[in-house]
Design a protein around this ligand. Sequence first.
Ligand code: FES
Ligand SMILES: [Fe+2]
Length: 427
Amino acid sequence: MLSQVENETITRVGSGTPMGTLMRRYWQPVLLSWELPEPDCPPARVRILGEDLVAFRDTSGRVGLMDEFCPHRRASLWLGRNEENGLRCVFHGWKFDFKGACVEMPNELPEYEFKHKVRVTAYPTQETGGVIWAYMGPTEYMAPPPRFEWTRQPATHLHVSKSLQECNWLQALEGGLDSIHSSFLHRRFSGSRAGLGGHRAGAVAAKLDVRPTPYGYTYASIRPLKDNEGNYVRTYHYVLPHHQIRAIQELTDDGGTKSKIAGHMSVPIDDENCVVWNWYYSLGQPLDEKDRDESFWGNGPAFVDYQNGFRPRLQYSKANSWGIDRRVQKYETYTGIEGVNQQDRAVQESMGPIVDRSQEHLGQTDKAVITTRRQLLEAVKAVAEGFNPKGADTSYYDIRAIERVLPPGVDWLQALKEEMYPMGAPF
Ligand code: FES
Ligand SMILES: [Fe+2]
């Protein structure tokens, strides 16, 4: 439970707000690389942290990300012409390079032009892991570019997608970090695609163990198995401000298991909307077509309209009650809603645009959620006092999430540390 003041502090992300200032200390994912497929392609709109921006890939392949509105008379630069290393406003022809400098002012005679005095706010970008990232904070605090293990995978082993969600970013983040819900929200009454996760069917309640780290925390949900067989341990990482990493073990057709590492980022569009990014990569074989089909998750083009701002298709949207089917709910799945991430989206959006956390009743299994809030509030305070927040450095790049059945009485972090931190633990 948070006070209403804390809830306001932790959720609102506009420029100049405490959380908005914290968010701007981290690189933020803004576009999938394929949204700007080639030099001089059409520009793309970006709305992030309450700011309306436009992105373009110039003739030399560099990505510019700048205020959407022309500094002359505020026409949208999204309408612009992307030509010869610059984006040109279609109203009077002013042209801006990828750093936001005005390089041409063709409507004014040479003796009157003042292009050297005009800039449009532009943010530095990086491209890695098939994603374009932006840094929107003060230059003196610019963190090193993101180099998570997933962003370093070859395209053959990596899959990244995203979808828009109609709720505050923290609801989406907390939904993912709250792992106990998978025993309920995602339950099917017959069959399961999960591999090791199948153990969950026999063990619903769990103990949550959260261990703070320099980048946020790692935690395990520990479910005792029947007949004292040991514990089914599922480990996760939370990296400030909105990144979570988890393991997926899937059964293959030949009865083996396939290991992937997956995660989400919940990136604020504004206070009441966010983009949920999904990524996963294979630790072994390249991903095949089946691996890239996200229908099971309720993601991908069958569920999300890529041509319409990555919004869920109307039949799966909040406006259509997420497509809930009460017959399916009665006989087949816990929710009657199709697709795992769709189920997540439904409950998170169902809370309203910004949930009132002063009305909650939290228990032991909400430990990860409670720790997240505490760490975010601490990070807000650290930045206000002139310190660096957690996770704005390079300590977290080589971390993995693992799931495993461990014998009773074994400390999960000791047992799994080498696998979770293959390059050594940063603590
Ligand atoms: S409004 Fe853009 S050039 Fe005039
Ligand atoms: Fe979920």
